[in-house]
Design a protein around this ligand. Structure first.
Ligand code: MRU
Length: 382
């Protein structure tokens, strides 16, 4: 029988740190060893692991491995003094920070580690141990907070006046925000899972999410594994879906939320928000507090990552029709444009203005915009 256990993006043992190579999902489940800081940086940059919380977790856990290795055998002399350790750690954290720019969770994790790094500890070994504890917590605390925010979001949604008080709900989501994008359970997909577990979900709808297809490859795989009733749509079908079906809410994750509530998330989220507003469908963002960046006043200041143009010209998959035997096929990349096409626009994220967002759910509760206001007051909840 097929497993109903969600696939977890990061796997750890005493010997090694591994990730599931998300570029190959759902066709092949292949674990990739992350044997150092450079491997972690590369896995994040090339999107073998992706999703704002998962990126922060991998960076933190790769840092833990470096510190354990150094405590075991300090061949390079990093433990010679506190300042030597500080300067090496600064170099590593600075490098990890450059892997992807939009998701702020990585920056928040690095800020937390730098705070420990400069907390005044005067023994390098003790400092390394304190850093290990903090970095381990960054990964470990993600699962419970996802369950908390998913429950807050789910309950808020069920109490919304647009939602039938006893019946089941249909929820649309974008991209992948499940266990693969986090340390487990997920944010927006966690909300969908919560609604399913409490028997209040009719169907989850999700966009394919071109060009990386996090929806059709990863969300489809997760929903299938969890046996949650669901329907995939192409990104271009959101408006038609809203015109022809009863969709009670849109729930999405976030990569960075500005102080006023403007939210950067996977490209296509803004389209869904505009259409949701047109159809008066509640639009909820589900994300940890660490995604809120109070240093950024509004969405225009959020750095948006532009992916290499070639990525918009390629799709990855297995040959179709499938071979008659049950052997797993190798994934291949197929080009869907003329060769050497110029003029390709490929932003990885867009910004949804706060005025299109009905609510923002975090592990601490649900923030809504005050009556008549177009922005959120997030400083009061962070
Ligand atoms: C819980 S994940 C929230 C976001 O990180 C998610 O919606 C998203 O946009 C992921 O983008 P990706 O480019 O796949 O890393």
């Amino acid at each position: 029988m097929a497993s109903t256990e969600p696939l977890i993006s990061i796997r750890e043992s005493k010997e090694k740190l591994e990730i599931v190579n998300q570029l190959l999902l759902p066709h092949a489940i292949e674990y990739l060893e992350i044997d150092g800081i450079e491997a972690a940086h590369d896995a994040i940059k090339t999107m073998k692991i992706r999703g704002a919380p998962a990126i922060a977790s991998l960076a933190a856990l790769a840092f833990v491995r470096f510190l354990h290795k150094t405590l075991g055998a300090d061949d390079a002399g990093y433990l010679a003094s506190v300042s030597t350790l500080q300067s090496k750690c600064e170099e590593i954290l600075g490098y990890l920070y450059t892997s992807r720019p939009t998701a702020v969770n990585l920056g928040t994790a690095i800020r937390r580690l730098k705070a420990v790094l400069h907390s005044g500890t005067n023994d390098p070994r003790l400092l390394a141990e304190q850093l290990i504890a903090e970095a381990t917590a960054i990964h470990a605390e993600d699962l419970q907070r996802n369950k908390d925010m998913a429950k807050w979001a789910g309950q808020w949604l069920l109490n919304h006046h647009k939602v039938p008080q006893d019946g089941k709900v249909n929820v649309l989501t974008v991209c992948n925000t499940g266990s693969l994008a986090t340390s487990g359970y997920g944010t927006a997909l966690g909300t969908i899972t919560y609604l399913h577990e409490t028997e209040r979900l009719d169907k989850a709808y999700y966009t394919q999410t071109a060009p990386y297809h996090q929806g059709s490859r990863l969300t489809a795989f997760e929903l299938q594994t969890l046996q949650i009733p669901s329907v995939m749509i192409c990104d271009t079908m959101v408006g038609s879906l809203f015109q022809t079906h009863t969709i009670h809410a849109v729930a999405v994750g976030a990569d960075r939320i500005a102080k006023n509530g403007d939210t950067a998330n996977k490209i296509g989220t803004y389209n869904a928000a505009v259409l949701a507003a047109r159809h008066k469908i509640p639009f909820i963002v589900v994300a940890p507090i660490s995604t809120v960046d109070l240093d950024i006043q509004n969405g225009s200041q959020i750095p948006i990552e532009y992916r290499p143009p070639i990525e918009a010209c390629l799709v990855r998959g297995v040959p179709y029709p499938p071979s008659s035997d049950d052997k797993p096929e190798s994934t291949i990349q197929v080009m869907i444009t003329p060769k050497n096409l110029s003029g390709i626009y490929n932003p990885s994220f867009d910004v949804t203005p706060a005025e299109l967002i009905t609510a923002i759910a975090t592990e601490k509760g649900v923030a809504i915009r005050a009556e008549g206001r177009e922005v959120f007051d997030l400083a009061s909840i962070v």
